[in-house]
Design a protein around this ligand. Structure first.
Ligand SMILES: [Fe+2]
Length: 445
C-alpha cells in the first residue's frame, strides 16, 4: 500500500495530468458529439472530483458537500450515460474546474496534515487515486476516438529509440511470426491477491475483483514472448481474414456484419495508392510494422488466432506468464513497487503503444515475455467473472456491472498510469470494443 509521501506525490502528478487533459481543449472541442464509448471531458472532471469527495472527504473526514445538489450529476449511477450530453445538466468548464480544484486541494491537505492518513485513509486514498488514473486513460482514448491531439504530457521519450521515426510507407505483407514462445511448465500457481477483511488490513492494495486469491493447477503451455505486431496482423488482413467466415466465431461474425470492416478501424489504405496508414489521435501516419496491433476487438483477436493456428491465453495463463511463482506485482523484479517513473514499460503516455514489440527487454517477466505490463491491454479468452469468495468493496460497482458479458483484459496500456497497474490487475471490456487501447498475444495450440 502507498505510504503518505507516495500518496501525495501520486495525487499531485495525476492531478496535473487530469487538469491538462481538460485545460488544453477549447469550448468547441469540449462540446463532444455523443458516442457510447466516451464521456464529455468536463463531466469526467467533475465525476473524478466527486469520487474523492464522496469516498474520502465525506466518509473519513466529515466534510460537507462542496457542490450541494450536484451528487446526481456526478454519480455515474444516478445519471444515465446519454443525459451527460443534455444541455444545462453538466456545469461549464470553469465551474467544474473550480469544484474539482477545491476537492483536490482539500484532499492534498488531508494527505499532508499531521501524521497523515491512517491505514484506512491510505487505502481509500489509493483507491480514489486509482479511479482518477482510470479516468485519465478514458480521457486519452476519448481523444483517440474523436481525432483530437494526444495529451500534452505524452511522448516524454520523443526522439528516443523507443519512439523511432516513421517506418517506410509500405511495410509489405506480413504473416504469423516465426514462433518465439516462452515455455511455462506445468505447476500449481497462486492467482490473485490474498483476501482480507477489511480490505485495508491487507499488506498490498488490490481491488475486490483480484480477491480472494487461490491456488490453481495448470498444465504446461507456450505463450508468445511478444505482442502481436501490426506486421503480423497485416498478414491476416491481406489474406482476406475479415472476409473468411470460417475464421470467425458466431459472436465475431455478428460483430463483423454490424461493423462492415475489412481491417482494424483506425487503419486505411488510401485510394490514391501508397501503403497502409493508421490514425493515431489527430494524425494519419504510415502503419508502423513493429508496433503492437492496437484498437482491435476481442473478435478480431480471436479470428487472427484461428488464422494463425494459435489461441488467446486464459487470464490465469497470462498472470502466470507475467508473475511466475513470485509475489511480484510487476514482472521485472520481485520487490518492485507499483508507480515510479523508472518502470521499464510503456506506461503513463510514454509511447502510447508506439514502441516496437521487441522493446523493453529489461522489463521481461520471469519466462522472458516482453511488455506484459503496459503497451496494450491484452485480450484473454476468459469471461470476466468473480473469483470464488468474492466480496464487494466499498464501491459496489467497481467490478460487478461487467461480470458475465465482458472479457478480461490484462496488463494495462501505454495510457495506463504506472501506479494503477500490476500483474494481478483485472480489467474488463466488452468484446465488441475496439476504441480502447487493446491488443493481444497468443499461445500455441
Ligand atoms: Fe468512474
Amino acid at each position: 500500500m502507498m505510504d503518505q509521501p507516495t500518496l501525495l506525490r501520486e495525487l499531485e502528478r495525476c492531478d496535473r495530468r487530469m487538469t491538462a487533459l481538460v485545460e488544453d481543449l477549447d469550448d468547441r472541442q469540449l462540446d463532444v458529439p455523443y458516442q457510447p464509448g466516451i464521456n464529455p471531458p468536463v463531466w469526467e472532471l467533475g465525476h473524478t472530483a466527486f469520487f474523492f469527495e464522496f469516498f474520502l472527504l465525506r466518509r473519513l473526514h466529515g466534510v460537507k458537500p462542496l457542490m450541494p445538489g450536484f451528487d446526481p450529476v456526478w454519480d455515474s449511477f444516478d445519471i444515465p450515460h446519454r443525459e451527460r450530453w443534455t444541455p444545462g445538466v453538466v456545469p461549464d468548464k470553469a465551474t467544474t474546474m473550480d469544484y474539482y480544484r477545491r476537492v483536490i486541494d482539500r484532499t492534498l491537505d488531508h494527505f499532508a496534515s499531521g501524521d497523515g492518513p491512517g491505514r484506512e485513509g491510505r487505502y481509500l486514498g489509493q483507491y480514489v487515486i486509482a479511479h482518477l488514473c482510470m479516468h485519465i486513460e478514458s480521457q486519452i482514448w476519448c481523444r483517440q476516438t474523436l481525432g483530437y491531439p494526444p495529451p500534452s504530457f505524452a511522448g516524454a521519450d520523443q526522439g528516443s529509440p523507443l519512439n523511432p521515426p516513421p517506418p517506410p510507407a509500405d511495410p509489405g505483407g506480413g504473416g504469423p511470426a516465426a514462433t518465439d514462445d516462452a515455455e511455462v511448465p506445468a505447476g500449481r500457481w497462486f492467482i490473485g491477491m490474498p483476501g482480507a477483511r477489511p480490505a485495508w488490513e491487507a499488506a498490498e492494495f488490490s481491488f475486490d475483483n483480484e480477491r480472494p486469491g487461490f491456488e490453481l493447477d495448470l498444465p504446461a503451455f507456450r505463450i508468445s514472448r511478444r505482442l502481436v505486431s501490426n506486421l503480423e496482423f497485416l498478414g491476416f488482413v491481406e489474406d482476406g481474414g475479415y472476409d473468411r467466415p470460417e475464421l470467425w466465431s458466431f459472436g465475431g461474425r455478428y460483430w463483423r456484419r454490424a461493423r462492415s470492416l475489412s481491417h482494424p478501424q483506425y487503419w486505411r489504405r488510401p485510394a490514391s495508392g501508397g501503403g497502409w496508414e493508421q490514425r493515431r489521435f489527430d494524425q494519419w501516419q504510415p502503419l508502423d510494422p513493429a508496433a503492437p496491433v492496437m484498437h482491435v476487438s476481442f473478435w478480431e483477436a480471436e479470428a487472427y488466432c484461428r488464422w494463425a493456428g494459435r489461441r488467446l491465453p486464459t487470464e490465469f495463463e497470462w498472470e502466470v506468464a507475467a508473475r511466475g511463482d513470485t509475489n511480484a506485482p510487476l514482472p521485472w523484479r520481485p520487490d518492485s513497487v507499483p508507480g515510479g517513473d523508472e518502470a521499464p514499460a510503456d506506461l503513463g503516455a510514454r509511447c502510447l503503444g508506439s514502441a516496437p514489440v521487441t522493446a523493453f527487454a529489461d522489463g521481461a517477466g520471469p519466462f522472458g515475455c516482453l511488455q506484459m505490463i503496459g503497451s496494450v491491454w491484452e485480450w484473454t479468452s476468459s469471461q470476466y467473472l468473480p473469483f470464488d469468495g468474492f466480496c464487494v468493496d466499498m464501491y459496489a460497482y467497481m467490478s460487478t456491472l461487467q461480470f458475465g458479458d465482458h472479457k478480461t483484459t490484462r496488463g494495462g496500456s501505454g495510457a495506463t498510469e504506472a501506479s494503477l497497474i500490476r500483474s494481478t490487475y483485472r480489467q474488463a471490456y466488452h468484446p465488441d470494443r475496439c476504441d480502447v487501447f487493446t491488443g493481444f498475444r497468443t499461445c500455441a495450440l
